[in-house]
Design a protein around this ligand. Structure first.
Ligand code: CUO
Length: 709
């Protein structure tokens, strides 16, 4: 008997022994996929190890799937065994061809922005999407897990779960449980491990993450670190890019208005950042339009990188962007290439037409122009002509991410801006996206401004508005700090069972309600309520012109209303916002894989985190304009069946398997320049709009979590 055969026999005997020793109960086989999240934890531990926070799940895997000696010798790790083990049987299938996904080394860092990695990820997504049924999908997922780069694997598996028609009910765990190192400073992991090893579950105390760990107050940019480094917004950005990958099977990438949503979401991210900056006496972010000037903004992330076993590289002050030529990454481009793509994009915008691959001109109209540009600038595989217009935005992420080692001579990996899960931590993310938005705005300012007739909804008048926040003055938002705990145990390999929590401090707002009074002198009809918020004054405390202020409006909510004849009063609370998902949904791990709780973790996992809905403001009360519009629903409506399943935060994320549920341009009615003669928001409004003077009052205190309704 050769050594391999002997090992297989030995492993099979071991499995039988373990089956005898433990009380194995098979899980309900029909719901097996509800346990897929177990594949996403303890990624350096073999699949054959017991899984789950309490180590009471086991995948029963064909022995041929197990990849190396260690795994085969430890078919089941019994060290954490405490009682019944629930068994998830995995069927044997003909293994998929992983030659392309294996081009990425197991311990390399992975970035969707790198063309080589994108191609590899696209192939893996295709493999997982092509599995004919749930059983085979589970089996292929297990097979891949044992062989592939963990980050590539998690990315492709997550995209597949979000897009396969038969995995609508399968939950996706929060990425912080999978890769805590991408969200939490490296320093705390020693303490977390110590707690897990030295203290039994139940007696463990949360490990506190310091609020100011990346810089000191000597660095003015650090004043907004609480925003950039917020765990929730980074989780959101990662999730958004899972829902809207720019490469992969066409049916996944080609979503309704995905180019426009790329523009709108990132515009909103920059607007939100600027709101925070103005709250903290910082000027609005300067667009990164000069690629030859040294970059003032440094960033020292202080994050470990679990995969590459090193820390994320830092960028010192006044670093310079340089041509990139990294053989290892198969990546070579010059800043001149980016300038060429930029010039061609500007030319298309100013000519109001782009050249497709056949050399034909495609008009950049007021309806589809922004969508074409979004895909072109990002770029996605939907780009009208990727050879000609290039890959500007993605290369921008890379040229910044690699400026510390542009030719790879130091064998360094990319910086945080090269990974969607960490990119929003870097101040340059916002400078780069302010520039990307500047490109889109060149198109928007060429479009005819909306006329009064287009904006008005005759017979509909917004006659009153009020904001009521818990424990706050009328017409004030209340913000403060709050602490919460997140379980990191799933992302920690080779640690004893049981949760280990990290305690982090984050911005929070008090729950609030809008009361909006609308008079309707016509028949019963439908309208769309659109609610935005912007700072009233600029950095010099002067009132802003609408042409500038419109870039700072953040969307708070959008919903359909029925207008009965006469007076209507609409009451809308913060937890109903179409922008956000609840705090728990951003952070919660799938501790209890109860099918009844699964759906909400699916596509509905995409949404801006509720705790970051309202900017910080300041202790004096930052003055802001709350803008409301009721538009005519007959012009807004998209004919389609109602969405199924969990509630979806559609403003930034769209709807799963549906068209974007608003026919108007995203950001309407503030997406274009105001009409001639209109300088201020007050001059802009028509009777179906309203503006309320509000304040955002920040209390510099850590308040306990409030009762959530
Ligand atoms: Cu989301 Cu540049 O696209 O980060």
């Amino acid at each position: 008997m050769d050594q391999k055969a002997f090992l297989l026999l030995f492993a099979s005997v071991l499995i039988l022994k373990v089956v005898e020793a433990q009380r194995l109960r098979p899980v309900n086989q029909a719901n097996k996929l509800n346990y897929m999240h177990l594949l996403m934890e303890h990624l350096h531990e073999p699949v054959s190890f017991l899984k789950g926070v309490n180590r009471n799940y086991a995948f029963k895997v064909p022995v041929s799937y197990l990849n190396d000696r260690i795994q085969k010798l430890n078919v089941v790790d019994r060290s954490g065994f405490v009682g019944d083990v629930q068994e998830i049987q995995v069927k044997q299938i003909t293994p998929p061809d992983l030659s392309i996904p294996l081009e990425l080394g197991h311990d390399e860092n992975f970035s969707q922005f790198l063309p080589k990695h994108r191609r590899i990820a696209a192939r893996l997504i295709e493999i997982l999407m092509d599995m004919p049924n749930r059983e085979d999908f589970l089996s292929a997922s297990v097979f891949c897990r044992e062989r592939l780069n963990p980050y590539l694997y998690i990315y492709a598996l997550s995209v597949a779960i979000l897009h396969r028609p038969d995995t609508r009910d399968v939950g996706l765990p929060s990425l912080i449980g999978v890769f805590p190192h991408k969200f939490v400073n490296g320093e705390i992991f020693t303490r977390v491990r110590q707690e897990a090893n030295a203290v039994p579950p139940g007696s463990r105390v949360p490990i506190e993450i310091p609020q100011d760990f990346t810089a000191s107050d000597l660095e003015p940019e650090h004043r907004v670190a609480y925003f950039r480094e917020d765990i929730g917004i980074n989780l959101f950005h990662w999730h958004w890019h899972l829902v809207y990958p720019f490469e992969g099977p066409l049916n996944i990438v080609n979503k309704d208005r995905r180019g426009e949503l790329f523009y709108y979401l990132h515009k909103q991210l920059v607007a939100r950042y600027n709101f925070e900056r103005l709250s903290n006496h910082l000027g609005r972010v300067r667009k990164l339009n000069n690629w030859h000037k040294p970059l003032k903004e440094a960033y020292f992330p202080k994050l470990d990188n679990m995969i590459a076993s090193r820390v994320w590289p830092a960028r010192h002050e006044f670093a310079k962007l340089q041509d990139i030529n990294r053989e290892l990454d198969q990546l070579s481009f010059d800043i001149q290439d980016m300038e060429r793509f930029r010039d061609r994009i500007f030319e298309a915008i100013h000519r109001k037409g782009a050249l497709n691959e056949r050399g034909e001109v495609v008009n950049l109209t007021s309806t589809i122009g922004i969508d074409i540009l979004g895909n072109m600038v990002e770029s996605s595989i939907l780009s009208i002509n990727r050879n000609f217009y290039g890959d500007l935005h993605n290369l921008g992420h890379l040229v910044i991410a690699l400026c510390h080692d542009p030719d790879g001579r130091h064998l360094e990996t990319f910086g945080v801006i090269g990974d969607p899960a960490t990119a929003m931590r870097d101040p340059l993310f916002y400078r780069w996206h302010a520039y990307i938005d500047h490109i889109f705005q060149q198109h928007k300012i060429l479009l005819p401004p909306y006329t009064v007739e287009q904006l008005d909804f005759p017979g509909v008048v917004v006659s009153g508005m009020q904001l009521i926040s818990e424990n706050a003055e009328r017409n004030e938002f209340a913000t403060f700090w709050q602490k919460n705990d997140v379980d990191l145990s799933r992302g920690l390999d080779f640690t004893p069972r049981g949760s280990v929590f990290a305690r982090f401090t984050h911005l929070q707002h008090a729950p609030y309600v809008f009361l909006i009074q609308v008079d309707n002198s016509g028949p019963t009809r439908m309208g769309t309520m659109r609610i935005f918020l912007a700072p009233k004054f600029d950095e010099r405390r002067r009132p802003m012109l609408l042409r500038d202020q419109r870039h700072l409006f953040i969307e708070l909510d959008k919903f359909t209303v029925q207008l009965r004849p006469g007076r209507n009063v609409f009451q809308r609370s913060s937890n109903q916002s179409s922008v956000t998902i609840p705090f728990e949904r951003t952070f919660r791990n799938l501790t209890n894989p109860d099918p009844a709780n699964q759906a909400e973790f699916n596509y509905c996992g995409c949404g801006w985190p509720d705790h970051m809905l309202i900017p910080k403001g300041n202790t004096d009360g930052l003055p802001a304009d709350l803008f409301v519009m009721v538009s005519d629903y007959t012009m807004d409506r998209v004919e389609q069946p109602a969405p199924e399943g969990c509630q979806q935060a559609h403003s930034y994320c769209g709807l799963r398997d549906r068209l974007y549920p608003d026919r108007r341009p995203m950001g309407y009615p503030l997406d274009r320049l105001p009409r001639a003669g209109v300088n201020t928001l007050y001059e802009f409004i028509t009777p179906n709009m309203g503006v309320l003077n509000v304040k955002i009052r920040f209390q510099d205190k850590i308040l306990p979590p409030f009762e959530r309704q």
